[in-house]
Design a protein around this ligand. Sequence first.
Ligand SMILES: Nc1ncnc2c1ncn2[C@@H]1O[C@H](COP(=O)(O)O)[C@@H](OP(=O)(O)O)[C@H]1O
Ligand SMILES: [Mg+2]
Ligand SMILES: [Mg+2]
Ligand SMILES: [Mg+2]
Length: 390
Amino acid sequence: MAMMLSSGSINLLTRSVFYSKPNIEAKPVFSLLLKGRTVASSMSYAKELAAAKKAASLAARLCQKVQKGLLQSDVQSKSDKSPVTVADYGSQVLVSFVLKRELPFESFSLVAEEDSGDLRKQEGQETLQRITKIVNDTLDSDGAYNEFPLSEEDVLNAIDSGKSEGGSRGRHWVLDPIDGTKGFMRGDQYAIALALLDQGKVVLGVLSCPNLPLASIASSDRHAHDKVGCLFSAQVGWGTYMQSLDGAPPVKVHVSATENPEEASFFESYEAAHSLHDLSSSIADILGVKAPPVRIDSQAKYGALSRGDGAIYLRFPHKGYREKIWDHAAGCIVVTEAGGVVTDAAGIPLDFSKGRYLDLATGIIVTNKKLMPALLKAVRESLEAKASAL
Ligand SMILES: Nc1ncnc2c1ncn2[C@@H]1O[C@H](COP(=O)(O)O)[C@@H](OP(=O)(O)O)[C@H]1O
Ligand SMILES: [Mg+2]
Ligand SMILES: [Mg+2]
Ligand SMILES: [Mg+2]
């Protein structure tokens, strides 16, 4: 039986071989800075990282407000039938707004999930009004910017600033304003995921996870999950840090160090339509994983993995699905900088330089460096068995 992670409560009736504490090293950031690291390239992203954290935190505040009182009228269906809410749009507006205000002297290119097409239609007018109000209310409650109120036209333009195609040249922000919209609508996990590409490489990433417990989701202590709201941030060459969304100092985190698959637990999508649960189970069986799958929405999986709540993440979409860069860019650097490895099913690192889509062989797999060779072998065997059964 699988474990489903919902906000604040975790089903612990299922057998679990989790660790009792998140894999966090409580070391203030400044002590690491004093160690005299000389990663010149990563130093140059400090102000971008600060802006990204600010943007993702403010967007989280908007999302939390909307999630509490989500109305059916707040949810629309996109042309591909996937859901989008006023919070997805509002979050995209806020992130675009904050990045432009915080980094006024940099050229701005944003690859983001949402566009304003439906909001420009007659039937989108009420939704547009709702988004404009909630964005202005959030800016008002923050008090840091005095250019608002934003007009409906400002809101549409901010959403459309996310139309960049990305690519291998220059810098591009990559945003999923709400990753895990279905989890968000259920009241479960979701993430605001923001990354920066420089010459096609992810150089920083921020994951804001308003419903993720600060303590390990593997903890069996009933009260460990009362405090929620995590902000993960990573910069190339500098490691991954986690702090609470209410502003406590960041602490450095590491992926699980386990070498033993029997001690490992694995994460996968909550939504069976997003990932083949049967295939993940067969891979886990071949590898020797004993624990049941932990099903969580969104890139909160990457965040939880980066602090060692589990050891493996398996994602095998149904045939024909094309992965988008905003669904993985921030999560990928958060895990990689915490010591993990993210590849496609063939063991090739993800390439974020090809535009809005990832071009990869069936599936995405994530684990630590020690478990990766055995995991890749198990993946290969499972895929071969699946192919020969057809
Ligand atoms: N059929 C499908 N297969 C794989 N992924 C899908 C999918 N349909 C939607 N998704 C993606 O899965 C993301 C959620 O990830 P997860 O499955 O880990 O919760 C969605 O992000 P959004 O919620 O931002 O649209 C969406 O991009
Ligand atoms: Mg979506
Ligand atoms: Mg997404
Ligand atoms: Mg999204």
